[in-house]
Design a protein around this ligand. Structure first.
Ligand code: ACO
Length: 378
């Protein structure tokens, strides 16, 4: 008989095995399949990282070429879905649109429930390939602009920015976006990844698993924090206002978005990479004030709460980075989702390879033998 222990928020509970990402939260280490994240963000591409996560090894040149071609052949969503986006309310939020549209992709798949590992991999590449067009098409629809068809000669990062803006991005912007995609691709058993694994463990389907994961990611305690960071930066009028703003929040026991992490008790290594990127892009795009405010917030937080293990997480500097790339605030979390489709799908494949239904228990803390009181007497 096993003894059941209760851990609120499943803190410290090991609920799955993975070969994809390794995190040492005390030392601030993140590796994908053993390769330090900094190595990958400096030398790799998003496409190569997706191959790495799904195959647990780096591709040879011919394999990368083949994988990239397969991804590009999925850039164009079904025509019916593009028309459908044109009928969505323009006031809808992009994360709600993305969640709905990933779910709707299943309606255009003749075998949506096939979830042997090969079928699940094919569906994953389909969703990853099409998701950028779904986000870009919805954003253009709400701006009253026509859909820009994907360009299969472009990389994942280039193609997204091209479909969003109607013009090819500069190499600097495309590379910055590619690095953001690499940094957000996978991160252990975070809440949205756990959601995906829980759903697929019922032998449901990849679309359902990823739809649930998008819903999880949008929460402000998870991927939605990057939007919260930008709201905060907009609320702080200038550098002088940073100290009273942050101290006020700390005194009121309010959380500063983009800080703290269930696993990291040191600076998130992705935040270190994104900080460099944010600084450079901010200088290049005339947004140095934004970077300066972020940096000042970090210094105050270091002084005040580092002793509790609260440091910047991935969302903190990604806000400035995305703003400098020219993305609207409510596209920040969808950007995170586009990249994390890689991780969610990889975890779905891992779960399918060695599945066991997730079914934890709840400790019942209510009454027993309670009387049934007739409705008229309540
Ligand atoms: N600002 C100020 N204080 C904080 C912060 C923060 N961002 N985060 C945690 N703390 C403090 C808490 O107030 C608490 O202090 P206390 O012990 O004096 O009461 C202590 O640190 C522990 O905080 P918990 O919320 O219990 O820690 P938990 O592990 O549950 O939280 C979480 C992790 C949810 C990420 C939290 O740090 C948070 O809400 N951060 C802000 C939202 C955010 O940035 N989320 C993105 C995370 S990264 C990602 O999901 C992609």
């Amino acid at each position: 008989m096993t003894t059941a222990t209760f851990a609120k928020g499943l803190e410290g509970i090991v609920a799955a095995e993975t070969q994809m990402s390794y995190i040492d939260g005390q030392k601030g280490v993140l590796e994908y399949v053993g390769i330090p994240i900094g190595e990958l963000s400096s030398n790799s591409t998003f496409e190569e990282v997706v191959f790495l996560l799904w195959n647990l090894r780096l591709p040879r040149a011919d394999e990368l070429k083949e994988f990239t071609a397969a991804l590009r052949s999925n850039y164009m969503p079904p025509e019916g879905l593009i028309q459908r986006i044109g009928a969505l309310p323009k006031t809808a939020q992009p994360m709600h649109a993305l969640r709905t549209l990933i779910s709707e992709l299943a309606l255009y798949d003749t075998t949506p429930n096939a979830n042997d590992v090969d079928a699940a991999r094919a569906k994953s590449i389909r969703i990853l390939g099409m998701a950028p067009a779904l986000v870009a098409c919805f954003d253009r629809h709400r701006r009253g602009l026509p859909f820009v068809k994907p360009d299969t000669s472009l990389t994942f990062a280039q193609n997204f920015l091209y479909m969003l803006n109607g013009e090819a991005p500069t190499p600097t912007m495309a590379r910055a976006f590619d690095i953001c995609m690499i940094l957000h691709a996978d991160h252990g058993l975070n809440n949205s990844t756990f959601t995906a694994r829980v759903i697929i463990s019922t032998l449901s389907d990849v679309y359902s698993a990823l739809t649930g994961a998008v819903g999880s990611l949008r929460g402000p305690l998870h991927g939605g924090a990057n939007e919260g960071v930008m709201h905060m930066l907009n609320e702080i009028p200038n550098l002088e206002a940073v100290e009273p703003y942050v101290m006020g929040k700390i005194e009121r026991h309010e959380k500063i978005m983009g800080f703290g992490h269930r696993v990291y008790k040191a600076k998130d290594p992705r935040a270190t990479d994104l900080q460099k990127l944010a600084k450079k892009l901010a200088e290049d795009t005339g947004n140095s004030d934004l970077y300066a405010k972020s940096n000042a917030i970090e210094k105050i937080m270091e002084r005040e709460v580092a002793s509790k293990g609260i440091y910047p997480n991935v969302d903190f500097y990604s806000a400035t980075t995305y703003h400098c790339i020219g993305l609207k605030l409510d596209l920040f979390t969808p950007m995170f989702a586009l990249s994390r489709i890689a991780g969610w799908s990889g975890h779905v494949l891992e779960q399918l390879r060695d599945n066991r239904l997730f079914r934890p228990k709840a400790a019942y803390i209510g009454p027993h033998d309670a009387p049934y009181i007739p409705i008229a007497e309540r």
